[in-house]
Design a protein around this ligand. Structure first.
Ligand code: ZN
Length: 259
């Protein structure tokens, strides 16, 4: 029976988050948000992950507000740029107030079901472009959820978790990766045995990952670093843990990341 909410987009971070929660003995109720993404590939992957793990899953349709709030490359007709996850490119992918909207809906689901918390997979690499992925935003929203829902703190606010030596306080909004890099998350995915090819990152939503857009480059770079680290730490007896994801161009990322 579910005891927390996880926002599951179907990407590497949120899929790893779900496995991470499982590993901590929580059973997440997964929520995916359809805010009019250019493609629904991520949502399909999210559904499949929830189905595979036998988790409660709901897709929340926000498309009726998309036209009112969005002018970004994720939801409009602009071409998604090739290249590294650079600020100039990625500013095009900001959907205003997206996390506030998704997290408040998820908090409503958590409160009404007496779940312990809402978990979300934002990480340190998101901070420089997305203000609503930064710790100060999450802290403020946690406080707002506690203030706005009497009694929620009775089961929400407890100190519990140690993850890689960092003590986290189980606030209503739980973001275990917020001080981690994308490579840290990829490493965690390898530790937890997350099948990487069951996650979708590409902004382009074709049959396979393009390997060239900002998120593909970021993903490939992070996975390569995590694989390297895994070999150094003998995670798989020192053998390479393969990424079975298919990429249209698997080498382009090296040309833009100096690796
Ligand atoms: Zn791509």
């Amino acid at each position: 029976m579910s005891n927390c909410v996880a926002i599951l987009s179907g990407g590497l971070d949120s899929t790893t988050l779900v496995y991470h929660l499982f590993n901590e003995d929580y059973i997440p109720h997964c929520l995916s948000f359809n805010y009019g993404q250019r493609h629904s590939k991520e949502l399909d992957f999210a559904w499949h992950t929830a189905d595979r793990l036998d988790l409660q899953f709901d897709e929340i349709d926000l498309t009726s507000i998309t036209g009112l709030i969005s002018n970004s490359a994720l939801t409009h007709g602009k071409e998604v740029p090739d290249g590294h996850y650079a600020e100039e490119n990625m500013k095009q992918t900001v959907v205003p107030n997206r996390n506030m909207i998704m997290l408040s809906i998820a908090a409503g689901v958590a409160v009404s079901n007496k779940y312990k918390f809402v978990a979300a997979g934002m990480h340190a690499g998101d901070h420089f472009v997305y203000p609503d992925c930064r710790p100060e935003f999450i802290d403020a929203l946690s406080e707002a959820v506690l203030t706005g829902n009497e009694g929620f703190h009775n089961f929400a606010k407890r100190e519990v978790q140690k993850f890689s030596g960092v003590v986290h306080y189980r606030e209503p909004i739980y973001t275990p990766f917020i001080h981690k890099t994308k490579a840290d998350i990829a490493y965690r995915a390898l530790e937890l045995g997350v099948p990487l090819d069951t996650t979708w990152s590409c902004y382009r939503g074709k049959d396979v990952h393009c390997g060239r857009c900002g998120t593909c480059v970021e993903r490939l770079e992070a996975i390569a670093e995590a694989q390297q680290r895994a070999m150094e730490t003998e995670l798989n007896n020192g053998n390479l843990i393969e990424d079975k994801t298919v990429y249209a161009d698997k080498e382009y990322w090296r040309t833009v990341t100096n690796v």
